[in-house]
Design a binder for this molecule. Structure first.
Ligand SMILES: C[S@@+](CC[C@H](N)C(=O)[O-])C[C@H]1O[C@@H](n2cnc3c(N)ncnc32)[C@H](O)[C@@H]1O
Length: 202
């Protein structure tokens, strides 16, 4: 079972588990970003995505339940000379602020079904009109691969789950398939993912 303490332990070493560079799918969406947008990197761990969003001129907040991860996120932001707000919280119990974010990055965040439903409802509430949700997560086809992702199958995402939890958002992209990951020691090699860009109608 995944716990905040287990993630604290993973992050306690010197390196960056998923690298310091932003997720490539998020990076590929740079054309949709505008300076001053209010961005949330959900489950941002050691901060690679939140810091990159801040570097693009966005007002970035990183939330994660690992205090150790977020300490590294703040250090990474300082090294890059950008401001970032961090919040240590469980995404399934966080008091997601209403209509607060123009962008939510949901990158490799895998939660048990009941927690996933709560966190997704929170993310839906937190998206401002016109706001974007950018996601990349592992799918059931990833089971047995060694390129990353949770061991527990019920934590995996799918296109159908994206459509279910984020019903009402406009689909700009929604794809399931194979990609090659090269993100730190934990995400290496061919992987099976779902990728999505969704928008709250203005
Ligand atoms: C696979 S890591 C991905 C980290 C980051 N998104 C990235 O791509 O580098 C999953 C992250 O989700 C966080 N996480 C898992 N369950 C969580 C929960 N219930 N509340 C908050 N964070 C959670 C973990 O602490 C971890 O940092």
């Amino acid at each position: 079972m995944s716990t905040s303490l287990a993630w604290d332990e993973r992050y306690a070493g010197g390196g960056f588990q998923f690298g310091e560079a932003p997720n490539l799918y998020l990076l590929s969406q740079a054309h949709r970003l505008r300076r001053g947008m209010r961005a949330l990197a959900a489950g941002d761990g050691e901060g690679r995505n939140g810091v990159w969003l801040a570097e693009q001129g966005l007002d970035a907040t990183a939330v994660d339940w690992s205090a150790v991860g977020l300490e590294k996120a703040r250090a990474l932001a300082a090294r890059h000379g950008v401001p970032i707000t961090t919040v240590t919280a469980d995404l399934s119990h966080w008091d997601w602020p209403a209509a607060r974010f123009d962008l939510i990055a949901w990158i490799f965040v895998h939660l048990p079904p009941a927690d996933r439903a709560l966190a997704c409802a929170g993310a839906m509430r937190a998206l401002a009109p016109g706001g974007l949700l950018v996601m990349e997560c592992f799918t059931p086809a990833q089971e047995g691969r060694r390129s990353g992702g949770p061991k527990e199958p019920s934590l995996l995402w799918s296109r159908a789950l994206v459509e279910h939890h984020f019903a009402g958002l406009e689909v700009l992209e929604l794809l399931e398939g194979s990609v090659r990951l090269d993100e730190g020691p934990r995400h290496q090699g061919l992987a099976e993912v779902v990728r999505a860009v969704l928008r709250r109608p203005a």
